[in-house]
Structure formats: C-alpha cells, structure tokens
Ligand binder design. Structure first.
Ligand SMILES: [Zn+2]
Ligand SMILES: [Zn+2]
Length: 229
C-alpha cells in the first residue's frame, strides 16, 4: 500500500458527505483540479510533458475546462506544438499503405486520447486499490466507509472489483454485507423517489407531497454517471 495514497483516501472518506456525494467522486474532482492547475502552470513548459500532450491531446470535457481556465496563453502555447505534431503526421506527399496505417494510428491516439484523463486514471486506480486495502487492514477506515451515504455506480463497481482482487473470501463476504447492503439500501430509496416523482404526474396523486422526490431524476443521473465536479 503506497503511503502517498492513504492520506488523501482517508481524507475523502472523512469529509462530512454532502447529501448524495460519493467519496471517490470527491477524490476524482481533487485529482482533476490538481492536474488542470499543473498543466496550465508548472508542467506546461516541461519537455516530457509537452511530448505527452502533443501525442495524446485532450478529451472534450478537459478541453472545455482548459478553455474555461482563464489561462489563454499557456493553453495556446501548448496547442501550437500540439498542432505542429499533428501537421507532421498528416503532411501531404506520397503515402505508402504502411505509412498511412501508421498515421491513422497516431491520429487516433490524438483523437481518442487525453493527457489529463490518463494522469488522473494513473492515480485514481491506485486510490481505489488503496481504499480496498485500507478496508482490509484498518478497522477505523472500515467504519468510515460504512458511514458513507453511498458510492456512485461506476465507482462502487471499481471499489468492488478492487475488493474482489485483494480481499480473502471471508473479508469479501463482510465487504459485501456492509458496503453492498448500504449501496442496495440507497438504490432502493432512490428508486422509490423516482417512482414518487412519476406518480406525481398522475392526477390522482397530484395533491400528495413530493417528500424530497422533486430532484429524483437529477439524483438518479448523478448516481448513475458520477458526480465528479
Ligand atoms: Zn463516484
Ligand atoms: Zn480527459
């Protein structure tokens, strides 16, 4: 277990959870804002970083965040060399089949890649693993994990996969009956809220109270797709 990950993981699980917030989403958001700060700041001129941003580019979500980041010049400098890299790949001339295949591969890497997503994923996957190991070895952490409101669907799937990978059969059963039970309870309540929301559109139930179901579709979407921001 890498020490550098135990502190942030513990902190994310300690923070008083806002209603409907997933601790892994909190970790993701923190990693994301750190990467955005770095790429438009300290890392921007580093040659090895530049090589990677040239080759991978950015996904639509992170391009948007970079454009909104207010640092237009550092971004433009990065784009300048990124475009040069792409120009190199697509420059016209006689193109034998092998070169075309190679160019297609490199261009796909740019089109589908994201330097920031890659960097986040590197740390995030280790944080999920760390959470599973902490769950296994640290009773206090287990209590913190059990105290969470819920995990979003995608992050619960990854937490469970990491637990399956690391825990003994007996430990996994305990994981499932605590974390799994809390998750099941959350989904049942969410589904009931969505049902109540639907019912309110039936004139027979129009006068019944919303009882917190007004934002049920939004909460369901956040649960299913993660909160991350
Ligand atoms: Zn999450
Ligand atoms: Zn991205």
């Amino acid at each position: 277990m890498e020490q550098i990950y135990t502190i942030p993981v513990n902190e994310a699980f300690e923070e008083a959870p806002a209603e409907g917030e997933c601790p892994f989403c909190r970790l993701y958001s923190k990693l994301q804002s750190d990467e955005l700060d770095l790429i438009l700041g300290a890392s921007m001129m580093e040659p090895d970083v530049r090589i990677k941003t040239n080759e991978s580019g950015f996904c639509p979500k992170h391009f948007e965040k970079l454009l909104d980041g207010g640092k237009r010049l550092p971004l433009a400098l990065m784009l300048e060399s990124h475009l040069e890299h792409i120009e190199e790949i697509i420059k016209p001339g006689i193109m034998p089949a092998k070169t075309a295949a190679n160019a297609a591969k490199k261009l796909s890497a740019v089109a589908d890649g994201c330097y920031i997503c890659d960097r986040i994923e590197y740390n995030f996957s280790r944080m999920i693993e760390t959470a599973a190991l902490l769950w296994q070895s640290d009773e206090a952490f287990r209590k913190k994990a059990e105290g969470q409101d819920h995990f979003c669907l995608g992050h619960y799937a990854r937490f469970l996969a990491a637990a399956k990978e690391r825990l003994s059969k007996k430990e996994l059963a305990a994981f499932y009956s605590t974390a799994g039970a809390a998750e099941a309870k959350y989904i049942a309540e969410l589904r009931e809220d969505v049902s109540r929301f639907c019912k309110k559109f039936d004139y027979r139930y129009a006068d019944e109270p919303w009882e917190g179901a007004k934002d049920a579709p939004e909460r369901a979407a956040r649960f299913l797709k993660g909160e991350e921001e």
